[in-house]
Design a protein around this ligand. Structure first.
Ligand SMILES: [Mn+2]
Length: 246
């Protein structure tokens, strides 16, 4: 299979359009289509903080559900928006407030439409994807080798939030273990979640969240070629959001 996997978009629609165009997709009737039948993959975190979260969510719904031309696995921000749409009590913080503001600015029928589509997208998307005869795994925050194919609560926490310890840094951010450094598997794991200035490739794992919404880049990993392509972001640069693993 030939799949172009895109990192955390977070509502950065112009960068998403520019990146897909750069790798040969043609935008027709509002969605990107590749002339050679390549498909798109999404590591999750489609929404929050960027300028056009709901539009991005709708495009991904069209690609995944309506057209069956893409694969998507939810991120922690997707999970929170899903719970918001279900009417659960969630804090409108960490970027969700921007998506909620977009939602509230819509008329009732558009609200109903996007809410229904996003719930459908979320409920039809596994919390990690195992593709290409078990050779390729996509999970929002990555996954430990022994968790691949499992769906219990521990795995759910891991793929949405990473290898968290439950403790926090002095600034309130969660302490995460460097699971990728310990990974010894043969399967290629593509993920996002932790913004890095350049894609981080270690032990068959690829972190392609290059912080588009924090003024970094939006990155795609082209599989099976394993070619990385990025476009720079139009968002203001926020240095402290990027993790330095060196
Ligand atoms: Mn993210």
């Amino acid at each position: 299979m030939k799949i172009d996997i895109i990192g955390d978009i977070h509502g950065c629609l112009p960068e998403f359009e520019q990146l897909t165009t750069k790798i040969g997709y043609q935008w027709k009737n509002g969605i990107p289509i590749h002339p050679d039948n390549r498909v798109l993959g999404f590591v999750g975190d489609l929404t929050d903080r960027g300028p056009a979260s709901l539009k991005v969510a709708e495009i991904v719904w069209r690609l995944v559900i309506e057209q069956k031309r893409a694969f998507y696995t939810p991120g922690n921000h997707c999970n929170k928006l899903y719970r918001y749409f279900l009417g659960r009590k969630v804090q409108e913080t960490h970027g969700l407030e921007t998506t909620v503001a977009e939602y509230k600015s819509l008329n009732k029928s558009d609200q109903q439409s996007i809410r229904k589509k996003f719930i459908e997208l979320y409920e039809n998307s596994p919390l990690h994807l195992v593709l290409d005869k078990n050779r390729l795994v996509i999970a929002h925050a990555g996954i430990r080798e022994d968790y691949i194919g499992q769906t219990n609560a521990k795995v759910k926490t891991f793929v949405l939030y990473g290898d968290i310890t439950g403790e926090k840094h002095p600034d309130g951010s969660p302490i995460r273990r460097d699971w990728a450094k310990k990974y010894r598997g043969e399967k290629i794991i593509v993920y996002g979640h932790t913004p890095v200035k350049e894609p981080r490739i270690i032990n068959n794992t690829y972190n392609i969240d290059t912080g588009a919404v924090f003024g970094g880049k939006l990155t795609v990993l082209r599989y099976p070629e394993m070619e990385l392509v990025s476009v720079s972001s139009t968002m203001p640069y926020v240095e402290e959001k990027f993790k330095d693993f060196t």
